[in-house]
Design a protein around this ligand. Sequence first.
Ligand code: ATP
Ligand code: MG
Length: 289
Amino acid sequence: MSLQSISPTGGIQPLLRAEGVSLEYGGTRATHDVSFDVYRGDRFVLLGPSGCGKSSLLKAAAGFLTPAAGSIAVNGAPVQGPGPDRIVVFQEFDQLPPWKTVKENVMFPLLMAKRVSRHQAEERALHWIAKVGLAGFENAHPHTLSGGMKQRVAIARALAMQPEILLMDEPFAALDALTRRKMQEELGRLWEELRFTLLFVTHSIEEALVVGNRILLLSPHPGQVRAELNSHQFDLASAGSAEFQAATQRIHGLLFGAAAAVAPAQAVSHATHAGQRSMGSGLRRNDGV
Ligand SMILES: Nc1ncnc2c1ncn2[C@@H]1O[C@H](COP(=O)(O)OP(=O)(O)OP(=O)(O)O)[C@@H](O)[C@H]1O
Ligand SMILES: [Mg+2]
C-alpha cells in the first residue's frame, strides 16, 4: 500500500505539539482529545469533512481559541495567544485591508511587530512580493487584483514575517480549479526553496495529498483523530497516477466508509516527520491504518 503510518525514531522535539486538545463553543464540543506533532519543515495537513473542527484547531494553534482540555505548545512553550511566530492565511479574499496597497499590506504586520525599520520592512515586502510572482503590483489595491493574486499577497505577508509555522485555512478553496492547482504548485515551489513549516487545513483529499507530507484525518461531531498518514510521495505530477487514486480511495474509505463508522479513533499512529523521508530502518510500520 502506498500510504504508510510510521512512528518517528524519537529524540527530535516537535515544533508544534497538540496534546489531547478538546475545543468547545459554549459547551458544545467541536474537537475531542486531538493530538498531533508538527516537526520543523513538515507540511502537515488537517483533513476532514465540514464541521470536524479543522478551522477550530488552526485557530487554537494560532492562539485565537483556548482549549477546554489539553494543550498546544510551540517549541515547548504553551500557546497563550496570537504571536508573530504563527501567522495565518485564511480562505477569504477580504483578509487584506482594502485601503492599503499590496506593498503596504505586506509591510503592515512587520511594522506592527516593531521588528524592523520602515526601510527594512519595505525592502522585505518587495522581496516577498516578487517571490510570490507579484512584482509590478506593489502599488495596486486589493480590489484591482484577482482572487489568486489576493491570496498571493496574503502568503507574501505571512512569509515576510518569517513565522516559525505558517497556518493556512483552506487558502485556495475559493479559487477556480485551474488557479487552485497553480497556487498549490507555487506553494510547493516556495516550500522547496524555503522549507518553512506548514499547518494546512483542507477538506479536499486530493489537495491534502498534493500539499502535505503528513495528513491527520479527522472524523466529525466532535472532531476526533481517525488516522495519521504519510503522503510525501505525492505531488501535482503524480496526481493522476494509479497510486494517487488508490490513496484517495483509501482516505475516502477511512473517512466515510464502513470502517469509519465502526473503527475507533485509536487507529492512530504518528507518522514520520519531514526529516525522515525514507521508510527504512528505525521506522515502524503501523498496520492500524
Ligand atoms: N464561533 C463558533 N460558535 C459556535 N460554534 C462554532 C463556532 N465555530 C465553529 N463552531 C462549531 O464547531 C464545529 C467545528 O467547526 P469548524 O469551523 O472548526 O469546522 P471545519 O472542520 O473547519 O469545517 P469547514 O470544513 O466547514 O470549514 C462545528 O460544529 C461548528 O458548528
Ligand atoms: Mg473550516
